[in-house]
Design a protein around this ligand. Structure first.
Ligand SMILES: [Zn+2]
Ligand SMILES: [Zn+2]
Length: 132
């Protein structure tokens, strides 16, 4: 069981599954949404995700019409995103996960959009835009 929460602790969730893949997205939308060089997200099955507390605190922002970025309206923590055309999948923001886990399968996406001040120095696969 994976557990996590937002910065203020108002939103808490559980995921009854494994985190099997990590996407490190450097696109400009993810950089702004996180206030950081990139976002670390894992795709998860919506059916196995459960809000334990704080559903009333969740708000969403849509930078593009078909994709909701969901965050805590009290502390601002980004929690997950969900696309209208992929209802079974959410993309969990891994900075909110509290349960220790390991995941060997990770990759960089949208490296052509990466911040000028950040250099990628690992050997993970890199894709200039979305992963093909
Ligand atoms: Zn919060
Ligand atoms: Zn992105």
């Amino acid at each position: 069981m994976i557990k996590g929460s937002c910065l203020c602790g108002g939103v808490r969730y559980e995921y009854d599954g494994e985190l099997q893949e990590i996407s490190l997205c450097h696109c400009s939308q993810c950089r702004k949404a996180q206030g950081s060089a990139f976002v670390a997200v894992s795709p998860i099955e919506s059916a196995r995700f459960r809000l334990v507390a704080g559903a009333e605190l969740l708000k969403e922002y849509r930078a593009v019409p078909h994709k909701a970025r969901v965050f805590c309206s009290h502390c601002g923590s980004p929690l997950y995103s969900a696309r209208d055309d992929l209802p079974g999948i959410m993309r969990l923001r891994l900075g909110t996960v509290e349960t220790p886990f390991q995941c060997q399968k990770a990759y960089h996406a949208y490296t052509d959009s990466r911040a000028s001040w950040y250099e990628i120095t690992d050997t993970l696969p890199r894709y200039p835009a979305a992963r093909p």
